[in-house]
Design a protein around this ligand. Sequence first.
Ligand SMILES: Cc1cc2nc3c(=O)[nH]c(=O)nc-3n(C[C@H](O)[C@H](O)[C@H](O)COP(=O)(O)OP(=O)(O)OC[C@H]3O[C@@H](n4cnc5c(N)ncnc54)[C@H](O)[C@@H]3O)c2cc1C
Length: 424
Amino acid sequence: MSTIAIIGAGLSGLALALALHQQNIPCTLYESRSAPLNIGGAIMLSPNALRILDQLGVYARILPSGYTFSHLYFRTSDDHPLDSYEFGSIPKYNYPGVRIYRHILIEELTAMVHEANIPIHYHKKFSRVLNESDTSVTWEFADGTTASAAILVGADGIHSTVRKYLYPDLEPQFTNAVGVTAAIPTSQLALPPSLPSEEEEEKTYPLPVTILNPTHGAFVIAPQHPTGSECLIGRQKHSPSLTRQQWTSLLTDESKSWCLDFLRDNATSYPAIVQRAVSSISPESVNLWPFYIVPRLESWCSDHARVVVLGDAAHAIPPSAGQGVNQGVEDVFTFACVVSRCGFGGDGDEGKLQKGLKVWQKGRQARVDRVVELNGQINRRRMPKQPGEGSEGMEEGMEPFELEWLYQPDFREMVEGWLGAEGL
Ligand SMILES: Cc1cc2nc3c(=O)[nH]c(=O)nc-3n(C[C@H](O)[C@H](O)[C@H](O)COP(=O)(O)OP(=O)(O)OC[C@H]3O[C@@H](n4cnc5c(N)ncnc54)[C@H](O)[C@@H]3O)c2cc1C
């Protein structure tokens, strides 16, 4: 029994398959849909994940399809530059920030998984664990078939079913915030021409930008497509809690009227660029993203260390620092390094694997915790004040962000450090 089963062929699952393959560890992917989940247009990748994707041979393949940038810019509601947040830097970290359509990243990762001859079984919905021993785990799919492996990894997203084995009663929590996004042609924004000198920044309109309105929430404009010819526009604000079914019906309403109203609401309280951005929106491009989180988990694996969760299944976090996917990539690469070092085949290594995975989770959780703190700092800038929170607003939490800890690490060295400290 020397194979690892991965539930979910989303971004974490596919990247995990490539990371295990690089360590010569056989694995198989099981995905409930006919293709992996493709939600939300483009995603942002930062140097921490890009360094890993480079080591897996993915970076060079996706770079031509991505829009590269270095900073996210913040502006006031009366349209003055306020601040910027570094999302990548070739001189500092060797990698820029990259915005890439999720479906392109999924297609490229899937192609690489096929090239590595790693099996992907679609229409295989994991249902429940039947039995776990010191050396293996057996589970059932929704179609009643069963399978076994040395380790079962749940990379099955925020509403993970694998996590139910570890935490039967745990449900993701709504954060009372929601984002609605759409895609528009960049030409619709009628941007001023870009100027070569940074001194002219007041006269140009650097993107991606977040326009902060203390009363009505943040409005984001972020180029996508390698040439930047298309922009994501998005609005993030507080929202009452709805059921998953109610959210889905808002999104599946063909006219998307709730979502369009959400984007256009009080547009005149924002600069003219926002009014141009929302002047014409194609309903098919609209996406709704209620922000849920997974509460901090005590453990990411079972006592026997044969069932593990990672990616959004282990730590779905709000999107403010753009780290959802990026933290999943960190999980999978470091997990593969730990399993490679500790062994997992049931040949007397169980104790070592259990210890190794504990050390892995401790190290990973510490980084996720720091990202959650960073999200909090960013949110204080982006979200409107709730009644009773005071009106002093934007100046609070405007300290510069120090991000080397996030973007710079060499993850192989990091794993060596974690394991070495425990004598593993
Ligand atoms: C609209 C939107 C925009 C986003 N933008 C960004 C961004 O810009 N940057 C960023 O870092 N993050 C972003 N995120 C967050 C990001 O999408 C997640 O962090 C990321 O998708 C997590 O990847 P994952 O592979 O862990 O889970 P998922 O992407 O959720 O993949 C899970 C996979 O498991 C499959 N699955 C589920 N249950 C089962 C089962 N029982 N059996 C078999 N298969 C199953 C699903 O079909 C899916 O393919 C965004 C999210 C949304 C919704």
